[in-house]
Design a protein around this ligand. Structure first.
Ligand code: AMP
Ligand code: MG
Length: 649
């Protein structure tokens, strides 16, 4: 009998995503299960209401100002009395025997041909219809004033209710209370505001591997990033997050914690364990917490496919994917709208800018894909560089200005496309200096000096060749490169094209890294070490990726040999050092500072040149000059040397 395509359903450990919903469909189901619902409210004193959303429209209980008010220091008059006044023919007004200061209610009317002294803010007396400034009057000896110019009725008077009229809607429900709103409420005499109570959101992380920040990382452990990310993101969106900690993937413990959390909070957000794998238990618990249970499990989002959305007894329960970037994106895209709506907050306003895409971005067909980008300014406008390193990467967030989304029906975004970038912060900070190319810890030292001088630097790691391409397109000021030209047996210079010039950087000693005490390497020179490594069939190497300068070096060293580990080809110096330090390999080629900081032994091979391709047309820019100046300072030279780099000779 043919196997049924859904037979995996029978085996709970092999469950797959039976129905992957589109983003819109998943969100619609989630919202349909949650709304309409009342927004929980509370009364707060104005000072404690900052940042909260008003639950109801607020109508003005009084007129502001409450009476007709003088806007200047001067005299309250009848405009008709001074209609014909001029330099040649001043009008003479008898002073009434009172002075109206702020807070003083007038007693005497202003009758024809009289005036009453009044201060700024004073209530206009009966009969008066204009104020004349004190500067435009002349006192006489007999308790009168002379006025040498006319005034139109209403001059310098704010009428009662002209600012705020009684009964007018002052602030609408959903308005977030800031200092200006507090000012308006206070001006109307309102001391208490009915606000949407902050949603109480319980946050917890799941995974046997998780270790809380601040604690020592054990072997195979991972720091719990999601707990902190999700709690902060809840707070940023007006919620009150309670982080309960990280819990092992143990069904009984987890269920007890989740039940308790759901009983005492408005919402429960978990992360991890949603992939329907053997150890992934949270979604099974969710279905036992209350009706209707899971409304979507598996959403056509990238990153974020394993998202699980549920409503249990009227409360939302969300299981975010484990990878921090996936957790973050799904939270912002799918959870924030619901969180804000439940909390009576208006939808988040997102700022977008248009930018062009410099490189083709491949995308998975059938899933809405979010790609984080860094913005740089080129002559033709903003350019958006993808910064993502895959859904497991967290650093891309710090470097990104925002993200673009590639629709489910596209399998790529072609180079040169115009895309809308949704900004993480509403203001794009165009950096003073843009560095695109190969990355090096030495570069951090130079960038650090610029940073301390108040310059902003955007450094995007795309490798040497990617940097050169960006420099040719005028998208960066400087491209750090380390490219060896076999024909001329020299570094970097042969790769420069017109419009670029070479600035010497520093040298990085490449060598063989090994664990200290390994007799196959200890005390040997490079040739002996390599011979010993190749002679021992148990000696495992770690390689580098195709196209890296280090790989060219390794292939030259090995010749035709293919020792065990050759096909392990990580993309960075640090990954090589980690593999050797953690005993997953016995040797690899990396640079001296990296080997040293990983506590490894090191046998020097050759010096690599790490230089800068400078875009000549941008050379005079102050930030480029500052970079070149920093590069030439004795402090930077000393810092580079301390870090294990050497100067060009
Ligand atoms: P899971 O969804 O539990 O299968 O996890 C997917 C990946 O995300 C695994 O590599 C986990 O180690 C990682 N991960 C899960 N939870 C967290 C967390 N709270 N912080 C950082 N990484 C996590
Ligand atoms: Mg897990």
């Amino acid at each position: 009998m043919a196997r049924s395509p859904v037979s995996s359903r029978q085996d709970p450990d092999q469950e797959q995503f039976l129905t992957v919903l589109s983003r819109d469909e998943a969100l619609a189901r989630f919202e349909a299960a949650l709304f309409p619902r009342a927004v929980p409210t509370e009364e707060r004193m104005l000072a404690d209401a900052l940042g909260l959303a008003l639950a109801d429209d607020v109508k003005a209980p009084i007129d502001v100002p409450p009476f007709d008010r003088s806007n200047v220091d001067g005299f309250a008059v009848r405009a008709a009395d001074i209609a014909t006044a001029s330099e040649a023919l001043p009008a003479r007004l008898l002073l009434n025997r009172e002075t109206i200061a702020c807070g003083v209610a007038p007693q005497l009317p202003v009758l024809a041909a009289t005036a009453t002294s009044i201060a700024t803010g004073g209530p206009v007396p009966r009969g008066a219809d204009a104020i004349i400034m004190v500067e435009h009057t002349q006192p006489t000896e007999d308790d009168a004033i002379e006025v040498r110019r006319g005034a139109s009725p209403g001059q310098f008077i704010s009428h009662a209710g002209s600012d705020i009229a009684r009964g007018e809607v002052l602030l609408r429900a959903g308005t977030v209370i800031g200092s200006r709103e507090i000012g308006m409420l206070a001006a109307c005499g309102i001391a208490l505001a009915t606000v949407a109570r902050k949603l109480r959101v319980a946050v917890l992380s799941t995974g046997d591997e998780l270790v809380q920040p601040g604690h020592l990382l054990r072997p195979a452990g991972i720091y719990d990033a999601n707990g902190a990310i999700v709690s902060a993101a809840v707070t940023e969106n007006g919620g009150e997050a309670t982080f309960l900690g990280a819990f092992a993937d143990d069904e009984a413990t987890l269920e007890a914690v989740m039940r308790e959390a759901l009983a005492t909070h408005d919402m429960l957000i978990l992360s991890g364990g949603t992939s329907k794998g053997a150890g992934d238990v949270s979604h099974r618990i969710v279905n036992r917490l209350g009706a209707p249970g899971i409304v979507a499990h598996g959403v056509a989002l990238k990153p974020g496919k394993p998202l699980c959305l549920a409503v249990c007894g009227g409360k939302p329960v969300v299981v975010l994917p484990g990878f921090p970037t996936s957790a973050m994106f799904t939270f912002h895209d799918m959870i924030v709208p619901v969180l804000r709506r439940m909390a009576g907050l208006p939808p988040r306003t997102e700022a977008q800018v248009a930018a062009s895409i410099p490189l083709r971005i491949p995308s998975e067909l059938g899933r809405t894909e979010f790609v984080m980008v860094s913005l740089v300014e080129a002559e033709q406008g903003l350019v958006a560089y993808p910064t993502g390193k895959g859904s497991g990467a967290i650093t891309s967030f710090a470097q990104a200005d925002g993200f673009i989304s590639i629709e489910a029906l596209a399998d790529n975004m072609p180079a040169g496309s115009e895309a809308a970038v949704t900004l993480f912060t509403p203001h794009v900070r165009v950096p003073d200096l843009v560095v695109i190319g190969s990355n090096c810890t030495g570069l951090d030292l130079v960038v650090g000096a610029l940073f301390r001088a108040g310059l902003t630097v955007r450094s995007i790691a795309v490798g040497s060749l990617g940097g050169l391409a960006a420099a040719k397109r005028g998208e960066c000021d400087i491209a750090p490169i380390h490219l060896f030209d076999a024909k001329t047996q020299s570094y970097n210079a042969p790769f420069l094209s017109a419009g670029l010039e070479l600035v010497e950087g520093w040298r990085r000693m490449q060598g063989i890294a090994y664990r200290p005490g390994d007799a196959r390497f200890e005390g040997s020179d490079a040739e002996e070490a390599l011979r010993a490594a190749l002679a021992d069939p148990d000696c495992m190497m770690v390689n580098r990726n195709q196209g890296s300068g280090t790989r060219i070096l390794i292939d030259r060293l090995l010749g035709p040999a293919r020792p065990d580990g050759y096909w392990n080809q990580p993309r960075s110096h640090n990954a090589v050092a980690a593999a050797v330090a953690q005993n997953r390999a016995d040797w690899g080629v990396t640079i001296a500072p990296v080997a040293r900081s990983a506590g490894l032994g090191f046998i020097p091979l050759t010096e690599e040149h790490y230089d800068f391709a400078l875009v000549s047309a941008r050379k005079e820019r102050p930030a480029v000059q500052a970079f070149l100046a920093a590069l030439a300072t004795p402090e930077i030279h000393a810092a580079l040397e301390r870090a294990g780099f050497s100067r060009p000779n």
